[in-house]
Ligand binder design. Structure first.
Ligand SMILES: *[C@@H]1O[C@H](CO)[C@@H](O)[C@H](O)[C@H]1NC(C)=O
Ligand SMILES: *[C@@H]1O[C@H](CO)[C@@H](O)[C@H](O)[C@H]1NC(C)=O
Ligand SMILES: *[C@@H]1O[C@H](CO)[C@@H](O)[C@H](O)[C@H]1NC(C)=O
Ligand SMILES: *[C@@H]1O[C@H](CO)[C@@H](O)[C@H](O)[C@H]1NC(C)=O
Ligand SMILES: *[C@@H]1O[C@H](CO)[C@@H](O)[C@H](O)[C@H]1NC(C)=O
Ligand SMILES: *[C@@H]1O[C@H](CO)[C@@H](O)[C@H](O)[C@H]1NC(C)=O
Length: 210
């Protein structure tokens, strides 16, 4: 280390450079860190399963989706957002879907997407025979974060959850159900470590090659 600095007297100097650049990298990493929006299903209503109503011809499902940007100072650009519904016992067969346009969400903001989805291929008769039903809701989009004046790269956001519906056609649990990614969020972690390493290398170049 001291040799590359060109003299023995530079050792202490080197140490403080390393410390400073390390701290700078850590600080930059902390301020560039991003977290994905929290997506949750706040409500689901399936009129066809409401045994107090005679709505045997109703085949639509109502949903209320909430998107929370919990980042303190980063906005989120959402790509077009796809919601896909499955009758849970058969995840190979989508029963309906909705697409929402791309949009921007400021930091610490939340927004909802609500509406009805037309379904097809649901075995309503068999479900009505039972006591409760379960639907799978998958969300797929891509997001990029706005950090001050620049935007990060796009990355995919694919999350989902099972939602149980009772015999009034209502979501069983009162609280929102968080949609989660099936795979552990390794991609995100790797991206962060990648950023950190890049920063350290950049800082070292600045410090030692000037
Ligand atoms: C459902 O249908 C039954 C018989 O067809 C009728 O007696 C009842 O009032 C109906 N209930 C509603 C909520 O429409
Ligand atoms: C089920 O249907 C009945 C009769 O139409 C209605 O009063 C009730 O609000 C419905 N249940 C839910 C959860 O909306
Ligand atoms: C799921 O749906 C596919 C396509 O209709 C069908 O071939 C398969 O048997 C179904 N599986 C179950 C468990 O219902
Ligand atoms: C989405 O729903 C439409 C009908 O509403 C259907 O034509 C289309 O195939 C569906 N897409 C997927 C990916 O299931
Ligand atoms: C409903 O349940 C009854 C008795 O358990 C059974 O005989 C009938 O086949 C079932 N109907 C459907 C559509 O699953
Ligand atoms: C959303 O659905 C559209 C139409 O089916 C498709 O072109 C697009 O790739 C989907 N987006 C994602 C993120 O899956």
């Amino acid at each position: 280390m001291a040799d590359s600095g060109g003299g023995g007297g530079c050792g202490r100097c080197c140490c403080s450079f390393i410390l400073t650049s390390g701290l700078t990298a850590l600080f930059m990493w902390l301020s560039l860190r991003t977290s994905n929006p929290v997506c949750s299903i706040q409500d689901i209503y399936v009129p066809a399963l409401n045994k107090s109503a005679n709505s045997t011809d109703a085949t639509n499902i109502y949903f209320n989706l909430k998107l929370d940007n919990e980042n303190k100072d980063k906005g989120i650009y959402y790509d077009a957002l796809n919601l896909t519904f499955f009758y849970a016992p058969n995840k190979s067969l989508p029963i309906g879907n909705r697409t929402f346009r791309q949009f921007y969400q400021g930091h610490k903001k939340n927004t909802r997407r609500t509406g009805w989805v037309e379904t097809r291929g649901v075995p309503w008769e068999a479900i009505l025979n039972g006591s409760a039903a379960s639907f799978r809701v998958d969300l797929a989009t891509a997001v990029r974060f706005k950090i001050m004046a620049w935007k990060t790269k796009k990355h995919k956001l694919v999350v989902g959850a099972d939602v149980d519906v009772n015999d009034h056609g209502q979501k069983v649990y009162k609280k929102g159900i968080r949609l989660r990614s099936g795979a552990p969020e390794r991609g995100c972690y790797r991206a962060r470590v990648g950023t950190l390493v890049t920063l350290i290398i950049a800082v070292y170049h600045l410090v030692f090659l000037n």
